[in-house]
Design a protein around this ligand. Structure first.
Ligand SMILES: Cc1cc2nc3c(=O)[nH]c(=O)nc-3n(C[C@H](O)[C@H](O)[C@H](O)COP(=O)(O)OP(=O)(O)OC[C@H]3O[C@@H](n4cnc5c(N)ncnc54)[C@H](O)[C@@H]3O)c2cc1C
Length: 221
């Protein structure tokens, strides 16, 4: 797979094209920094954009959900989807509303769904999604029963095309506005892990596992 994603009419960033990124590693690094995506698809002329979890494995996005879900049925039937992931890095507080912005890293992926039906492959895909959300958790918990696996649809969406768009840095104000007296700059924002809240029904002797301690250390605010 080439390291540069081919730029076509479908994935070419038009507005502020200098922010467009097609380097596969950078695109995948953004995908690997989140577990929340939005799946966009059209059914009978009606667009739907549905938030859901995902994981990336090689050149595929993996999604799972109830076998009754509209989105999962759509993907399982091999239909087209557009999947987006957005990481917000900060508020860009410019001297005018026009130049006020957001620092972000976002990705748009295009592909068609393929249902994973083989139970072992399904289990592997669920593991990949779980690892993307909370590394180490899957090995700690009870695995899916045959009945649970049956009621869960798992799909892979090979990444046919993709783009990233990245904004970094301070506001870009009009030259004459730099003399204005208000504060300007960036308010960095990030998602941080808080304090663990024990399940009231958790036996007191059960310790906090290492992988959660590591997660908290990595994502401390
Ligand atoms: C947090 C955040 C806030 C934003 N706020 C605004 C806003 O308020 N107003 C506004 O107009 N735009 C905003 N944008 C930018 C917006 O996502 C589009 O980039 C913008 O509408 C311009 O699209 P376009 O017309 O150039 O491309 P389009 O013709 O819409 O898209 C062409 C192709 O470019 C690629 N592309 C476009 N945008 C992105 C993206 N963000 N990430 C990855 N690939 C992309 C896709 O492959 C797409 O198919 C925001 C983006 C983010 C992440």
């Amino acid at each position: 797979m080439a390291n540069q994603i081919e730029i076509t009419d479908r994935n070419r960033v038009r507005r502020l094209p200098e922010r467009g990124v097609y380097d596969r590693e950078q695109v995948y690094a953004i995908l690997d920094s989140s577990f929340l995506c939005h799946v966009g698809f059209i059914q009978d002329g009606q667009p739907f954009v549905i938030p859901t979890n995902y994981g990336r494995r090689n050149d595929e996005v993996l999604c799972h959900g109830s076998a009754a879900s509209r989105m999962m049925k759509h993907l399982a039937q091999g239909n087209a989807a557009c999947i987006t992931v957005t990481l917000v890095d900060g508020l860009v507080l410019a001297r005018s509303g026009f130049h006020s912005s957001i620092n972000y890293r976002s990705v748009v992926v295009f592909g068609h769904g393929h249902e994973i039906t083989d139970p072992a492959e399904k289990n592997d895909a669920l593991y990949a999604i779980s690892e993307n959300i909370c590394p180490g958790r899957w090995r700690d918990i009870r695995g899916p029963s045959p009945q649970e696996l049956k009621g869960t649809t798992v799909v892979r969406v090979p990444i046919e095309s993709a783009s990233a768009k990245i904004r970094t840095g301070p506001p870009k104000d009009d030259e004459e506005d730099y003399a204005l007296p208000m504060w300007a700059g960036v308010l960095p924002l990030h998602t941080a892990a808080g304090e663990l809240v024990r399940d009231p029904r958790l036996a007191p002797a059960v310790p906090v596992p290492d992988y959660l301690q590591q997660y908290i250390s990595k994502h401390r605010g």
